[in-house]
Ligand binder design. Sequence first.
Ligand code: IMP
Length: 427
Amino acid sequence: MAAVVLIGSQWGDEGKGKITDFLAEKANVVVRYQGGNNAGHTVVANGEEFKLHLIPSGILYEDKTCVIGNGVVIDPQVLLEELSYLAIRGIKIGKLLISSNAHIIMPYHRVLDGLEEEVRAEHKIGTTKRGIGPAYMDKASRIGIRVIDLMDKEEFADKLKRNLTEKNNLFVKVYGKEALKFEDIYETYLGYAEQLRSMVTDSSLVIDQSIQAGEKVLFEGAQGTLLDIDHGTYPYVTSSHPIAGGACIGAGIGPTRINRVIGVIKAYTTRVGEGPFPTELLDEVGEEIQKNGHEFGTTTGRARRCGWFDAVIARYAVRVSGISDFAITKLDVLTGFDTLKICVGYSVNGEIIREFPQSQKIFKQCQPVYEEMPGWQEDVTHVRQFGDLPEAARNYILRIEELSGIPATLVAIGPGREQTIVRGEIF
Ligand code: IMP
């Protein structure tokens, strides 16, 4: 029996797609449990690059069961587009299941996401404008439309009418925009329903049966720890729970079922969107990392802000998710620097703090306290054994392990499946 949760340990974009794809080879089932198509998972399989937003990265193996859990918000149009993108790219879809309890992203959610960001002006969150926040708002307000509702014409018509009355009031009276038409949305979404119907199931039951049968289940998180709505850098967060606990809620499994938590963490730090970022590099070093690491969003194409590795964040991620192993990614991007810095604490108001602060006001004022380490010049992309890495690269990894208190069981030195140094078994 093996259930492994894989999460992002920073602000997302840690390379979870690559590690999921790597681990998926040994898994029977791969489950997405939160977020939606705000995520962008890039996977390089057999030399070909695939960009996925909603479908679990395990889909690239034909023999896996992939599940979109109840905690995900599904834009059906995007899901169907992604399925045809995979078909065009020659991927044979094995088994894809969708939870009947997952919430649906509706056109008014996307409109609202854009309007709300406009109104926030200089306080904007920098959302992906995919309607994620408004869909989760409706879920929490208990007016959301779930997959199971979409499968029932009358239920869907009733819920859509009630939602549209409320949303159109807002669009017309508050934002001075045009109302959305019921018939257009109803017909289009019923069309989606027919295309998705055969995949809809009680996914919690399917996952439990797999675990009970001794199969290997991999839970693939989206976004990252600091984007968690409770434990992240609120309000500059997403609207779901990317931390490991989110897997229980978003897939319908209990915490005692989880054997291991893999924290994917980049060898440096990046952030998309607004909000404080203590180790951000606004100089040519930051630009170099951005260029070498291709740090541009998979979903929105936005340039990612780049900075040094932050061990305070790493420790925090270990704490809130109970991470058992790190998968350090993009170590190769740091090749060529004379020295590297690791943030080991923050200086704030004349004090040194080593734990992640609760207050965002304080976090904004935090100045990084750095340790400096020698860099390496050798190309590491062909290395397959930890011992074959340059000494400085090994020391960098060992220091991260020491500062965070957990082993870096996987180290990625390039985007390909084979570009992964394995230092222990996961499954
Ligand atoms: P939302 O999830 O679209 O509401 O965006 C909220 C915040 O989360 C913004 O700062 C986004 O840039 C960030 N975000 C959402 N999804 C991702 C992701 O997959 N990677 C990195 N940042 C993300």
